[in-house]
Design a protein. Sequence first.
Length: 134
Amino acid sequence: TGRLAVSTLSASPLLAAVRGSDRACIDLILASGAERYPHSARRNPLAEACAADGTLDVLQHLIALKFDPNWIGRDGVPPIVSASAYDCPKCVQALLDAGANINLADASGRTAWAVGQGYADVRAVLLTARATGS
């Protein structure tokens, strides 16, 4: 759709499509046989969606395509930590609903709980998940 920015050209085609919030392009890339989790992947596409504009729509699309909410790319950031760090409570909830592990830590040892403390809405979602054992 022409929305991919020049800065995304060095990223994998899938991550560039996620960053550009281009669901049609995501579908085309996957239909062409692209790996979802190549060994060289810098970031889980779900984590990338949490850091990009248009997050929730693209995140829900990737979840519907059965992307693993607990797979961690080379950047060491689980999607649940990314969603918490970017103050996206709806993304946190969508990831939890998809089976994300609330206790996963990033490469620095920070969990969703640790990075989400400064955001009241994220903290509320995480508290509810802790209370219900999600």
